[in-house]
Design a protein around this ligand. Structure first.
Ligand code: GDP
Length: 445
């Protein structure tokens, strides 16, 4: 886990306690830490320099408010400035055009264009009740056309066929015609990406832009691209009047510094964040929340949302009631607890969202191993009959072997799980209510 800026600044603050004003000398030390944090988060160097200069200007001479200490003041200045740079408020898709509103998707191959096209289709259908058509202009990779077809169907939108022997411009015109005739509200145009920027690609997408006159031209960029994002962003900004950015793969390990770089380079607002491979993994970008992530301060808001949205509340309450009464906690409940954990995005994504001050304690846990372990446990319980799950004490040696075979594990693992379950059952009886939330509170110390 990346070391957190707040930890370092807190240390610095301790060293300079008592100073009532941010001065040239104490701010230099702190800004060095801020700079490191931004670089660790993979913000591009020129962007970092610019940013630090702005923060310094704002910080110098600023009165320390009320009981705040200089370090905290600086963190809040940095936080605010980060959020402001990445865009304030939220910006949804602009559809203010004579229908069909055309949305052009641009970006490198692998950035997540096709996936995002389908995610947007789903978003526009479900949240804005629009009739949506998609089309692929990627005539170089037949598989890309097929991929769009598949995900468009999953999104519940209509797909307009195209083939590798057509010209992208002809495809665009035909799709636009069709969308007009059939009263579509939105036409989403997925385009060809290359592995790197090249002239032909840029000309092609420029021509498409001119022909389609899109109301939105979205630049799709992979958050994991880190420092490289800046060059890609430059090239696309020069070629196209970008109206928005979609930052994908924010569910990964990156601290998402690319957001700051890309926003600064293109000047376009970051509209959405991709947070999973699945089609519902699209979130309206929240600059303030993202500022916290870049600074390593944890994504508490997202965590809380995830805990409440991801979990089947009814099931959780039932489980809590059972735990409270201390009886009837069986392997089905154990399984349901494991599954709730999974619904929340797994252990590591949960840990990523907690402030690093809290997760430092868990630093020694191997997350990968822990998650695999959870999956194996799930497999074992699923290989049992309903009766066995209710009354594990009935499971005899031959059944254990069969269950192990079913789950693809050694019989020792079945034994271990049963033992763990027994211990948990005992613990549950002692503990009054709480379950997962209680556990998390404990983690928070
Ligand atoms: P394209 O070449 O730009 O069209 O990219 P694709 O849409 O084919 O995406 C490339 C890969 O990234 C695929 O494996 C997607 O499933 C994956 N992907 C796209 N967006 C996300 C995201 O937000 N999170 C994650 N984890 N994977 C994503």
């Amino acid at each position: 886990m990346a070391s957190a800026l707040t930890d370092k600044l807190t240390r610095l603050v301790k060293e300079m306690r008592g100073q009532a004003r941010i001065t040239e000398s104490n701010v230099t030390d702190m800004l060095r830490e801020v700079r490191m944090a931004l670089l660790e988060a993979d913000v591009a160097l020129p962007v970092v320099r610019d940013f630090i200069a702005r923060v310094k200007e704002k910080a110098l001479g600023q009165e320390v408010l009320g009981s705040l200490k200089p370090g905290q003041t600086l963190v809040s200045i940095v936080n605010r400035e980060l959020a402001a740079t990445m865009g304030e408020g939220v910006a949804d898709i602009n559809l203010a055009a004579q229908p069909p509103a055309v949305i052009l998707m641009a970006g490198l191959q692998g950035a997540g264009k096709t996936t995002t096209t389908a995610k947007l289709a789903k978003h526009l259908i479900e949240k804005r009740k629009k009739k949506v058509l998609t089309v692929s202009g990627d005539v170089y990779r037949p598989a890309a056309i097929e991929q769009l077809k598949t995900v468009t169907k999953q999104a519940g939108a209509e797909w307009f066929p195209s083939t590798p022997d057509q010209k992208p411009l002809d495809i665009a015109h035909a799709a636009l015609d069709y969308a007009k005739k059939h009263y579509f509200d939105v036409l989403l145009v997925d385009t060809a990406g290359r592995l790197a920027i090249d002239e032909a690609l840029m000309k092609e997408i420029k021509d498409l832009h001119a022909a389609l006159n899109p109301v939105e031209t979205l630049f799709v960029v992979d958050a994991m691209q880190g420092q490289d994002a800046i060059n890609t962003a430059k090239a696309f900004k020069e070629a196209l009047p970008l109206t928005g950015i979609v930052l994908t793969k924010l569910d990964g390990d990156s601290r998402g510094g690319a957001a700051l770089s890309v926003r600064q380079i293109t000047g376009a607002p970051i509209k959405f964040a991709g947070v999973s491979e699945k089609l519902d993994g699209l979130e309206v970008f929240d600059a303030e929340r993202h500022a916290g992530r870049i600074l390593g301060m944890g994504d508490i808001v997202a965590l809380v949302e995830q805990v409440t949205a991801g979990v089947d509340m009814e099931a959780a309450q039932k489980l809590a009631a059972k735990v409270k009464s201390g009886d009837g906690f069986d392997l089905n409940d154990f399984l349901s607890q494991i599954q709730q954990m999974k619904q929340m995005g797994g252990l590591s994504s949960l840990m990523d969202k907690l402030p690093s001050q809290l997760t430092a304690k868990a630093g020694s846990i191997d997350m990968d191993k822990a998650e695999k372990d959870i999956k194996r446990k799930e497999g074992i319980i699923q290989s049992m009959t309903p009766l066995e799950r209710r009354k594990p004490e009935l499971i005899k040696a031959t059944r254990k072997k069969r269950i192990a075979n079913g789950a693809g594990v050694h019989v020792q693992e079945v034994n271990r799980l049963l033992k763990e379950f027994e211990q948990m059952q005992g613990m549950m009886k002692k503990m009054k209510g709480g379950g997962l939330m209680k556990m998390m509170k404990k983690m928070g110390g």
